[in-house]
Ligand binder design. Structure first.
Ligand SMILES: [Zn+2]
Length: 313
């Protein structure tokens, strides 16, 4: 697998040089406000990021999606936006509305629905090609603001808290091993996550497929079962966090007045960095609010256990 680190770094340099909107938005990251919120066993970061309002408040119902030109299709992209080809079917772009210092969108070259089924191995190859990044996938009903156009995102490593939290044995432990593939389970983390770690792409994909088939049965009315995925690669090893979801947006998203918190959780939030595009929400959000949000949108550890039992076999 070719390492894309240098060509992506060059893409950043040239795009920030020639594309005013992107340069301004990356500079704005210097002014983004962050604060930590502490729980008994872990912490999260809240980021006030007004540039993300379009994404967080995106209308993703079928008629709204149909009515707008797709911003990931090449013909509708800004003239200044250039990309790097990845394999036959994908283009690596810099995301002009960043959360991370280095934030990429990897788009399919055709306008085709956002689905993980059949594309999981692409995600693992992306992680391998971009070892300085965490690759993430938001399902079509679970945070993707373009549910009609297949894409992944990537953000520089060292930003999401889940990376370190995974090394904390009080939070995460190995529960099953089959050859080179491991299943890990989380406790006291407030949100149910299935984590796979291993050396063998095909075996990891087989384990994911087993999980997916079982999970899909519980949400038969949906185009795909709701989930977020974070994947990274180092030392010949993939680490994949799958966050199955019960709900797209929590009740506080839809509340009015002082009860409203405009937070639309997706992969980054599940990774421990919660994005609030409105300053009032950033100021007022508490650990109890966050626990409540996780509880509404995620499965419990117990539920994850039954969804993941024997998936390595
Ligand atoms: Zn499109």
């Amino acid at each position: 697998m070719k390492d894309y680190s240098q060509s992506v770094s060059d893409l950043f340099d040239s795009q920030l040089n020639e594309w005013d909107l992107a340069r301004d938005n990356y500079r704005q990251l210097d002014n983004v406000k962050v604060r930590k919120i502490f729980f008994a066993e872990f912490e999260v970061v809240v980021q006030f990021n007004p540039g993300r309002i379009t994404s967080s408040a995106a209308k993703v119902d079928a008629s709204s999606i149909e009515a707008r030109p797709c911003f990931l299709c090449e013909k509708n992209r800004p003239a200044q936006q250039r990309g790097i080809s990845f394999e036959q079917d994908y283009t690596i772009l810099i995301n002009p509305f960043p959360i991370f210092r280095r934030h990429l969108t990897i788009v399919n070259n055709t306008h085709t629905d956002q689905r993980i089924e059949g594309n999981f191995l692409t995600m693992l190859r992306l992680a391998e090609a971009l070892p300085e990044y965490v690759i993430f996938y938001n399902g079509p009903q679970c945070g993707a603001s373009a549910p009609d156009h297949l894409h992944f995102q990537a953000g520089n490593k060292g930003f999401l808290l889940i990376e370190d939290d995974f090394r904390n044995r009080d939070l995460c432990t190995k529960v099953e091993v089959d050859n080179d593939t491991e299943l890990w389970s989380w406790q006291k983390y407030g949100r149910g996550i299935m984590t796979l770690r291993g050396l063998d792409k095909q075996a990891l994909a087989a384990a994911f497929d087993n999980f997916y088939a079982r999970f899909a049965l519980t949400q038969p009315e949906r185009p795909e079962p709701m989930l977020n995925i974070l994947a990274s690669y180092s030392n010949n090893t993939w680490i994949i966090h799958v966050i199955p979801r019960k709900l797209h947006r929590p009740a506080c998203y839809f509340a009015e007045g002082k009860d409203k918190i405009l937070l639309s959780p997706a992969s980054v939030d599940m990774g421990g960095v919660l994005i609030t595009p409105r300053e009032e929400d950033y100021d007022k959000i508490t650990s109890a609010d966050i626990s409540g949000i996780f509880m509404q949108v995620c499965f419990s550890g117990k539920e994850i256990k039954s969804l993941t039992e024997d998936i390595l076999l």
